[in-house]
Design a binder for this molecule. Structure first.
Ligand SMILES: Cc1cc2nc3c(=O)[nH]c(=O)nc-3n(C[C@H](O)[C@H](O)[C@H](O)COP(=O)(O)OP(=O)(O)OC[C@H]3O[C@@H](n4cnc5c(N)ncnc54)[C@H](O)[C@@H]3O)c2cc1C
Length: 584
C-alpha cells in the first residue's frame, strides 16, 4: 500500500499543540487558511514526489563517482521541485527570503515528508538546522552570501562534528583551524559520517565545521564553529574554484541508503578556506542552536517512520487471512486483524505514533513561543529544553519498536524486502543513534534538564500534564483516567527520587536509571496529550474523533500501564546495573 501522509490528523495535532499558548502574532497561519494550504501541498509533495522515491533510494544507494557523489535516480528532479516549491525557506525569516512560518507548522510538514522518505529529507533537515545556527550567530556578510542561498534551497548545508575518536564526546575533536593573512581561516582534519557531505542535488554545499584554534583551551570549551563551502564563491555568490575539502569515501550502511554518509578530508593542499561563526571557542554554543532543532527534527523522523509502518501493517492485516479468530463461526480463515494479538500490535503502532507526534509538536510549539519576546518566553524556553531530549529519544525508540512490530504483523512477508517494511526498520535504526544517541539524550534529560530551576521546570511540566488529566475526568473511561493518574504518580515519584539523588551526589545511581526515566516521561506526556486530544475542551467531533478516543484509551490502559514498573527501574535498578560481576 502506498504511504499517505495523514494531513487531517497532523493539522488536528498542530492545533492541539498551539492551544497551550496565547501569543500574539504566532500561528496565525493555523487559523487563517494559509496553514491548511501549506499542509495540503506538503502532503501532496510527500505522497506524490517523495514516497515513490523511497524504495528507489533503498535499492540504488548514493554512489561516489569521479565527478563527486551521485544521489539515487529521480532525487535531483525531486529536489528541484522541492526548491521551486519554496519549501527550503518555510520557517526562515522573510528578511532572508523565507516564508516566516512557525516551527510548529514545519514540524507538521517534516512529519509528512519523513514518513514518505526519511533518507531524502536528511538534506533539507540539516539545511533547516544550519539556517537557524547561521541566522543566530553568523556575521551579516556571511548571512547574505551563504544563508540566503540555503534558505532558497540553492545550496544545502551539513553538520561536520564527528571524528573517529570523538563521537558522543566532542571534547576530543582534533580538526585544526589556523588563522590566515586574508582574515579567513584554514581547516585541516578529518570528519566521518557526514550526512550529505557531498551530493549532486545542488552546485554547492555549505559545511558547518567544529574545529580547534591554535590557542584553544583543551576540552569542549576550545571548539570553534566555521563555515567552509565546497566551492569557493565570489562576492556575488558565484561558485568558482573548489575549496580544499572533499569526500574521500561513502559508508555502506544498514539503512537510509539514498542519503550519502561521507568521510571528509579538509586541508590536503594548504587548508580549506573557512570563516568563523560566532565567537572563538564558543562553537559548541552555536552548534547547540543547530543541534536542538535537529534533535526535534530527528524525533519527527521517528514519527514519520512510525506512521508509515503503522499504515503498512494495518493495510496488510486487513487483507491477510490466517487461522480462525476466537469466536469466529464460519469455516473460512479469519483476517489476521481479528486476532487479539494482531490488534494489540496494530494499536501499539497507531497509538505510539500518535503519542510521539503529540510530544514532538508540544516541543515545537514551545520552541516557537521561546522565540517571541513576552511573558511566556521563560516558561516556553524551559519546556523546550526539557522536552527536546524526550521528543528525540522517545519518538525514535518507539519508531524502532513500531517498525519491528510492522514486520511482525506481516509475518514472514515482513522479513522479505518486497513488502517495504524491512526498509522502514533499517532506516529507523539510525535515528536512535545520530544527533546524540538516545542514551545521551536520557543523560541530558536527567543531568541538565530536570535540574533546571532546581526542579521547578520539570515540576511545572508534570503539573501541566496533571491538569490535562483532571480536565478529562468524567468524559474519558474510568480505567483510562486511573491509568493516566498512576502514570503521573510514577513520573512524579521517579522525578523526586532523581532530584534527591543528584542533590546527594549519587549521580551514578541517577544515570543508571536515565533511559527508563525518559521512557516514563514520554509515556506519561504522550498519554496526557492523547487524552486531551480525545476528551479535552477542544477535542472536536469530526470523523476521526472516535479513532482518537480509542487510541488514547489503548495508550493509557496498555502503554502508560508500564509507568509504575519504569519508576521502579529508575529507583531500584541502579545496584544491579552497576554490579560489575555480570560483565566479567
Ligand atoms: C548514518 C550516519 C549519519 C551521521 N550523520 C552525521 C552528520 O551529519 N554529522 C556528524 O557530525 N555526525 C554524524 N553522524 C555521527 C553520529 O552522530 C555519531 O555516530 C553518534 O553521535 C555516536 O557517536 P559514536 O558513533 O562515536 O559512538 P560512541 O560515542 O562511541 O558511543 C558508543 C555507545 O556508548 C554510549 N556512550 C558514549 N558516551 C557515553 C556517555 N558519556 N554516557 C553513556 N553512554 C555513552 C553511546 O550512547 C553508544 O551507545 C552520523 C552517523 C551515522 C551512522
Amino acid at each position: 500500500m502506498a504511504f499517505r501522509a495523514p494531513m487531517d490528523e497532523i493539522a488536528f495535532a498542530l492545533r492541539q499543540a498551539a492551544s497551550d499558548w496565547a501569543v500574539e502574532g504566532l500561528w496565525g497561519e493555523l487559523s487563517d487558511g494559509n496553514g491548511s494550504a501549506v499542509l495540503e501541498q506538503a502532503g501532496r509533495f510527500a505522497d506524490e514526489r517523495l514516497a515513490p522515491l523511497n524504495v528507489v533510494g533503498d535499492r540504488h544507494p548514493a554512489e561516489r563517482t569521479a565527478d563527486g557523489v551521485r544521489t539515487p535516480p529521480g532525487w535531483r528532479e525531486a529536489y528541484r521541485t522541492w526548491r521551486e516549491g519554496g519549501w527550503a525557506g518555510l520557517a526562515a525569516s522573510p528578511d532572508l527570503g523565507g516564508s516566516g512560518l512557525s516551527h510548529l507548522l514545519l514540524a507538521g510538514c517534516l512529519d509528512a515528508w519523513n514518513g514518505a522518505n526519511m533518507a531524502f529529507m536528511l538534506a533539507p533537515l540539516l539545511s533547516f538546522a544550519a539556517s537557524d545556527a547561521l541566522a543566530a550567530h553568523a556575521r551579516p556578510e556571511l548571512r547574505d552570501l551563504y544563508l540566503r542561498r540555503i534558505v532558497s534551497g540553492e545550496w544545502t548545508a551539513t553538520m561536520n562534528l564527528t571524528e573517529p575518536q570523538a563521537g558522543s564526546d566532542l571534547s576530543d575533536l582534533r580538526t585544526r583551524a589556523e588563522p590566515a593573512a586574508d582574515g579567513a581561516f584554514r581547516l585541516f582534519g578529518q570528519k566521518i559520517f557526514i550526512t550529505y557531505g557531498d551530493h549532486d542535488l545542488t552546485d554547492n554545499v555549505v559545511h558547518l565545521v567544529l574545529a580547534r584554534l591554535p590557542d584553544a583551551p583543551a576540552g569542549p570549551r576550545g571548539l570553534s564553529l566555521f563555515l567552509a563551502p565546497k566551492m569557493l564563491v565570489d562576492s556575488n555568490g558565484r561558485p568558482g574554484q573548489p575549496n580544499d575539502l572533499r569526500c574521500v569515501g561513502l559508508e555502506r550502511k544498514l539503512g537510509i541508503h539514498g542519503a550519502p554518509t561521507c568521510a571528509m578530508v579538509f586541508g590536503e593542499s594548504g587548508g580549506a578556506r573557512a570563516w568563523l561563526i560566532g565567537e572563538p571557542h564558543r562553537g559548541l554554543t552555536c552548534m547547540f542552536t543547530m543541534m536542538n532543532n535537529a534533535r526535534l527534527a530527528v524525533g519527527l523522523e521517528g514519527v514519520g517512520v512510525s506512521e508509515a509502518a503503522a499504515q503498512a501493517a494495518l493495510a496488510f492485516a486487513r487483507e491477510r487471512r490466517q487461522g480462525r479468530a476466537p469466536g469466529s463461526t464460519g469455516s473460512d480463515q479469519s483476517l489476521i486483524i481479528e486476532h487479539p494479538d494482531v490488534r494489540r500490535m496494530l494499536l501499539t503502532m497507531r497509538a505510539g505514533a500518535a503519542a510521539a507526534r503529540a510530544v514532538c509538536y508540544r516541543t515545537a510549539a514551545a520552541i516557537d513561543v521561546a522565540g517571541v519576546d513576552g511573558p511566556a518566553r521563560l516558561a516556553a524556553t524551559e519546556r523546550a529544553a526539557l522536552l527536546t531530549p524526550v521528543a528525540k529519544a522517545f519518538a525514535t525508540d518507539l519508531a524502532n519498536e513500531i517498525a519491528s512490530l510492522a514486520i511482525q504483523t506481516h509475518g514472514g512477508m515482513g522479513y522479505i524486502e518486497e513488502t517495504g517494511v524491512a526498509q522502514l526498520l533499517r532506516d529507523a535504526r539510525i535515528a536512535a543513534i545520530y544527533e546524540g544517541t538516545n542514551g545521551i539524550q536520557a543523560i541530558d534529560l536527567v543531568q541538565r534538564k530536570i535540574t533546571l530551576r532546581e526542579g521547578g521546570a520539570v515540576r511545572d511540566e508534570i503539573a501541566a500534564l496533571g491538569r490535562m488529566m483532571r480536565n478529562i475526568e468524567g468524559r474519558a473511561p474510568a480505567a483510562t483516567t486511573v491509568g493516566l493518574a498512576r502514570g503521573l504518580d510514577a513520573l512524579s515519584s521517579a522525578t523526586d527520587w532523581l532530584l534527591a539523588s543528584l542533590m546527594d551526589g549519587r549521580t551514578t545511581d541517577a544515570l543508571a536509571g536515565a533511559t527508563p526515566y525518559l521512557r516514563l516521561f514520554g509515556l506519561v506526556c504522550g498519554g496526557a496529550l492523547l487524552g486531551r486530544a480525545a476528551w479535552g475542551a477542544e477535542a472536536g467531533s469530526d470523523a476521526n474523533a472516535p479513532k482518537r478516543a480509542a487510541l488514547a484509551r489503548f495508550f493509557a490502559e496498555n502503554m502508560v500501564a508500564a509507568a509504575p514498573g519504569l519508576a521502579g527501574m529508575v529507583r531500584d535498578g541502579a545496584a544491579s546495573t552497576l554490579d560489575g560481576a555480570g560483565l566479567v
